[in-house]
Design a protein around this ligand. Structure first.
Ligand code: EPZ
Length: 419
């Protein structure tokens, strides 16, 4: 298995560009199923999760061509409505294909996505919303056997929690349903706005994306379009954390600073100087970070759960005590144990993590437990004294394009080795 070898030490300095957002690319790839013409996505990151989504599209009968960060999809030849279990399990968010397949083909047969490192990943909100649109769903031994009687019909749908995936699934099913859908308590993430923008370019009629209520007027069909994926705000936050951990001075570019509004105040609280440009953020770290204070993960525009682990790595080195409250996922502190192997002082109590900053971390052999937890270990390794070896780095490759190649130009001593 591949590993990352990191030698901690000097501050990161220089400019680093952010690639397209994984969590926007995936629903956009699912949306291509609805389009009766060719769709071209630009700035689509070269990640294993994107690869898995392209595999699902190919299996369904779509023609998929990937050239670097450009993916062209032609769904005219779609001929299947099922996704095999191994493909579904490769990527948690494969459930977002359900609404699109059912709306396009009139039926869908997908396996229940398994739980994962963040705890159980229920899909009750997805299924309840899709049922409101008329999708008949039978749950049979881990599979979802779905069919449409005639055509999906628009309906009022209220989410009990602003679930990102459920919002995406419902939008994908509603855009070609008959009549109006009004979705309340919808997720407001930038990825939702990006998806709605794409769908409207394809002929959909969606208003209110990014607010709590989204209105969809159903149309008969969607044509293809060209679209550029928004920058990945979590990758940007990770790079900023690497700069903060190492006392660095880094310009993160190709970002939408407004997408980082829930994150930047935490770095400022920690004593970092933040300069916001039109499409860039510069972070200058102090010699020693201050504690992050209280960090509560919330739905957008609050502090994002995906940035919790990378920011925890920075807080482990800060002067003082920080408290994290993980309000989104049930079990998202597996990285804490690995940070403790590096000398971090962290106490966990349910959804609360108390981090008592130490003056230095030391290198160690650590294991990535999930995507963002792995990224946190990279940030900690860059700041730690001595060498850190990261195992199970496939988790990191799900959401970061060759992270070692991205960070090396900033002075990071990091390399990938096969075992
Ligand atoms: C998306 O996951 C992201 N993934 C996650 O990023 C991100 O952490 C999450 O949104 C929150 O922002 C993608 O976009 C591919 P949710 P998703 O539905 O859609 C519960 C990363 O690191 N819930 O908003 O699965 C759920 O258990 C990943 O890039 C239900 O109870 O998130 C969780 O506790 C990790 N029932 C909470 O809601 C449901 O039907 C938030 O889930 C759906 C969700």
């Amino acid at each position: 298995m591949e590993r990352l070898m990191i030698t901690g030490g000097g501050p990161l300095r220089g400019e680093i560009k952010v690639h397209g957002a994984k969590n926007s690319s995936l629903p956009l790839l699912a949306a291509a199923v609805l389009c009766r013409g060719e769709t071209v996505l630009h700035n689509c990151p070269e990640l294993s999760d994107v690869g898995a989504a392209c595999e699902i599209l190919s299996y369904l009968g779509c023609r998929v061509r990937r050239e670097g960060r450009t993916v062209a999809i032609d769904a005219a030849g779609i001929c299947r409505h099922s996704v095999p279990e191994p493909l579904m399990r490769e990527m948690r968010s494969s459930i977002v294909f359900l609404g699109a397949i059912a709306a396009r083909v009139g039926q869908a047969d997908l396996s229940f996505p398994g739980g994962c490192e963040l705890g159980p990943r229920p899909i009750d909100l997805h299924l309840a919303g899709l049922r409101k649109l008329g999708l008949l769903i039978e749950e049979d031994r881990g599979r979802l056997l779905c069919r449409v009687d005639g055509r999906l019909k628009g309906a009022p749908i209220a989410l009990s929690f602003p679930s990102v995936g459920a919002t995406e699934n419902i939008l994908l099913a509603a855009v070609t349903a008959e009549g109006r859908t009004v979705l309340t308590n919808a997720a407001r993430e930038p990825e939702i706005i990006d998806l709605a923008g794409f769908l409207n370019k394809c002929g959909a009629k969606i208003s209110g994306a990014g607010e709590g209520t989204i209105v969809v007027e159903g149309v008969d069909f969607l044509h293809g379009c060209e679209h550029r994926v928004i920058p990945d705000r979590i990758v940007a936050a990770t790079y900023l954390s690497c700069a903060a951990c190492t006392g660095g001075d880094v310009l993160v570019s190709d970002v939408e600073p407004v997408h980082l509004a829930g994150i930047l105040p935490i770095f400022e609280e920690m004593g970092c100087g933040i300069t916001v440009g039109e499409r860039s953020v510069r972070l200058r770290a102090p010699a020693r970070l201050r504690a992050a204070g209280d960090v509560r993960t919330m739905p957008y525009p609050g502090f994002p759960t995906d940035a919790q682990a990378p920011v925890m790595a920075a807080s482990a080195l800060a002067e003082g005590t920080s408290m994290f409250v993980e309000n989104i996922f049930e079990s998202r502190y597996k990285h804490a144990g690995e940070l403790m192997r590096m000398g971090a002082r962290i106490k966990l109590e349910g959804r609360v993590a108390v981090v008592e900053g130490v003056s230095a971390l030391h290198g160690a052999e650590v294991t990535c437990t999930d995507l963002r937890g792995g990224a946190a270990l990279v940030a900690a390794g860059l700041a730690a004294e001595g060498e850190t070896i990261l195992r199970e780095i496939h988790h990191i490759d799900r959401g970061y394009e060759r992270i070692e190649e991205a960070l090396a130009p900033l002075g990071a001593k990091i390399r990938r080795t096969g075992e």
